[in-house]
Ligand binder design. Structure first.
Ligand SMILES: NC(=O)c1ccc[n+]([C@@H]2O[C@H](COP(=O)([O-])OP(=O)(O)OC[C@H]3O[C@@H](n4cnc5c(N)ncnc54)[C@H](O)[C@@H]3O)[C@@H](O)[C@H]2O)c1
Length: 317
């Protein structure tokens, strides 16, 4: 299958415009695309427009926005009709609820109405492209294109194909996001949780185990990341970090020198059960750690610091 030239893509259909779809809409508008947003909810259009307006100062501050908010809102078309949203689209970002029967039915309809030579990216956090493409007439053009919340700020997009996905569709999606400043990475096998969520889950598993086992409080476990390795992880991932930990000998020296010790830690890692007892401990711990800040206060603090970090670190630069 031949796909359109990436530079020819001007219109993106954002199907499912909730938390992730609204944020994607803001990002695609900021990059100068016309966005056909579609959602069955009667509040859908107002939600997306409000989201875009609220996100715009962040997109300007990060120099992602290439146009003004008024220009962006004029390029946002909302329709509840999937056929209407897809008929002139050059790319689809699908963000419907995470249920396989919804995705299968919806992707079959998107495929029916989207012109030939256009790729479909699904934001799914955990479903496999191989399962989602089951009812599509042209399954080769479906890729998983998994963002991190909020997609208008976080650069990472994980690209995974299913059994019937064309290699060319994966390549197209990788190039497309990267052309516009995202950091799209290729996941070579379909595994639950792709890459980043598996890494988060691995870390949280041990974090919860340490709390459950009475090794440290919730806030001290969090501080062990935010005041320690977390500061480095926004700059270098775990492999490059340990390459530096090996001094002049790099990762090879690190593996020889500390590998045996790390093996004993790996063997001792926990497998906590998220039962009522542990959930109570975690809830009490985060309440203490939040120190009276509401979840809205915490989210605002996170976004403010995230923007400062992105401006300083300039991922991918
Ligand atoms: N929330 C996250 O942190 C996150 C992160 C990355 C990926 N994702 C993935 O993004 C997708 C959407 O998640 P979300 O958090 O935005 O959910 P959400 O519930 O906020 O939004 C889903 C939207 O889909 C709409 N919808 C319902 N049925 C539909 C249909 N048949 N066709 C089109 N739209 C329909 C709903 O009205 C709603 O607005 C999921 O696949 C999820 O796994 C979520």
């Amino acid at each position: 299958m031949n796909y359109i030239a990436r530079t020819e893509a001007k219109v993106v259909a954002v199907i499912g415009a909730g938390t992730i779809g609204a944020s994607w809409s803001a990002w695609f508008l900021a990059r100068g695309f016309r966005v056909n947003a579609s959602d069955p909810s009667p509040e859908g259009e107002a939600f997306v427009r409000r989201f875009v307006a609220n996100a715009w100062p962040q997109l300007v501050e990060l120099e992602i926005a290439t146009i003004t908010l008024d220009e962006a809102l004029a390029r946002l078309v909302f329709t509840a009709d999937i056929a209407e949203a897809c008929k002139d689209a050059d790319f689809v970002q699908e963000n419907a609820p995470e249920r396989i029967e919804i995705k299968q039915e919806l992707l079959a309809r998107i495929d029916e109405h989207l012109p030939e030579g256009r790729v479909i990216g699904s934001s799914t956090s955990g479903l496999k492209a191989s399962d989602m493409q089951a009812r599509m007439a042209r399954p080769g053009r479906l890729v998983v294109a998994h963002p991190f919340n909020p997609p208008h700020l976080i650069p990472l997009v994980e690209i995974v194909g299913g059994r019937q996905t064309d290699e060319a569709a994966c390549d197209w999606a990788l190039g497309f996001y990267n052309d516009h400043g995202k950091r799209a990475i290729r996941v070579r096998k379909e595994v639950p949780g792709h890459i980043a969520n598996r890494l988060q889950a691995a870390l949280w598993r041990e974090a919860a185990h340490l709390v459950s086992d009475g090794v440290a409080s919730v806030s001290d476990v969090d501080a062990a990341i935010t005041e320690g390795p977390g500061l480095r992880w926004a700059i270098m991932g775990p492999h490059l970090t340990f390459h530096l930990a090996g001094g002049d000998g790099g990762i090879r020296h690190f593996a020889d020198h500390l590998g045996p010790a790390i093996k004993t830690w790996w063997d001792d890692l926990g497998a906590p059960v998220i039962d009522a007892r542990l959930t109570d401990m975690l809830e009490e711990g985060v309440r203490e750690e939040a120190g009276g800040r509401s979840t809205a206060d915490l989210a605002a603090e996170r976004d403010r610091k995230l923007i400062a970090l992105l401006k300083t670190v300039k991922p991918g630069a």
